[in-house]
Design a protein around this ligand. Sequence first.
Ligand code: CAA
Length: 398
Amino acid sequence: MLKEGKIMTIGIDKIAFATGQYVLKMDDLADARKEDPEKFSKGLMLDALSITPPTEDIITLGASAAEKILNDEDKEKIDMVILATESSIDQSKAGAVYLHSLLGIQPFARSIEMKEACYSATAALNYAKLHVEKHPESRVLVVASDIAKYGIKSSGESTQGSGAVAMLITSNPSILILTDDNLAQTRDVMDFWRPNYSTTPFVNGMYSTKQYLDSLKTTWREYQKQTGFKISDFAAFCFHIPFPKLAFKGLKKLISETVSASHKEQLLKHFQDSIIYSRQIGNIYTGSLYLGLLSMLENSQTLRAGDTIGFFSYGSGAVCEIFSARLAEGFQKQIQTSHIKELDNRIQLTVFDYEKLFFEEIELDAKGNAYLDFYRTGPFYLSGIKNHQRIYKRVKDK
Ligand code: CAA
């Protein structure tokens, strides 16, 4: 409840991520594809990719991430669940309905799915914020969940990945206070898209990187004009991370302006903290900007309450947005310790096994049933398909 006279803030109260339980090391991929390993480790700044088996999808990943942060009170108070995704499992039913059910959220909630390539989690945050502004007691669960799959030997193969980020949006948040300075840009370009009939995207790879950087440059210019902000006003900048090297190029574009040497060093250090998880996981599309935020929060020793963080969200097609947010008082208490050890526990795959596991299509019989083999997943898994209906279970129900 708000005390009289206190200004209400809105933002991220809790945040967590989940990723696939299998991993492909970039050195192994380089070896199989006859590439110099440094092309991946230095050229893309990637060390490994998270791989999912057929029993893990955007629902199980999203539910695993959300379960890490929700307590019984949250489940009673959440009245909206938004799933942001590019790799939807159904053309009609919102994946958020499955999440709502698996997580045991009270029935009088709105559950929807949002789409615009890697951008939609930012739209979801905006919608969640508007909702909480009107209903300060509400809690909104935003889940960004994707499996980035380009295809064997495709140009994007080295930038695949899988994972979900879950965020609880509330009034008076414990971690991050959203401000009102968002500036978006839309441009109709074909840099990356996936028609309904295709399981993998069509990509104009180099063109997409140009669109990303030009969207950043032009939106940043207009954002500065509208807000008066300079890069020196930000303690850190988080980027959509299709692969860390592109985000790094983005940061370099912003700090080419006059910044002091010490501030430049601070921005670079925080950037390095923001790519620790992405280096090990790869692209998780909609969640990747927020995975960067979480990586920075969990691994940085120098961020302080009140620090302003800038965000660049980008979704191919394309829509992008720049906005700022402030770290809340005591945010460190709400942040868990680094997840690097958890990532080390993934099962390492050979390239042969990765090709089999990641691209295995679920085969349905004439009645729309499929029986799936056992694989390691998070706490939830897709147990099978019955009459074209996906059946999700908790691992302990097996
Ligand atoms: N040692 C060190 N570096 C090396 C190297 C070596 N031996 N060999 C190559 N490199 C460097 C290259 O110089 C290059 O770095 P610079 O860009 O700084 O010059 C880097 O490694 C990548 O090499 P290539 O340019 O040859 O490119 P590639 O064949 O790996 O393809 C890509 C890059 C086109 C981006 C491809 O990975 C791709 O298609 N990815 C999918 C699309 C994508 O991620 N687009 C990003 C923008 S769109 C977006 O953001 C939405 C989204 O999430 C998809």
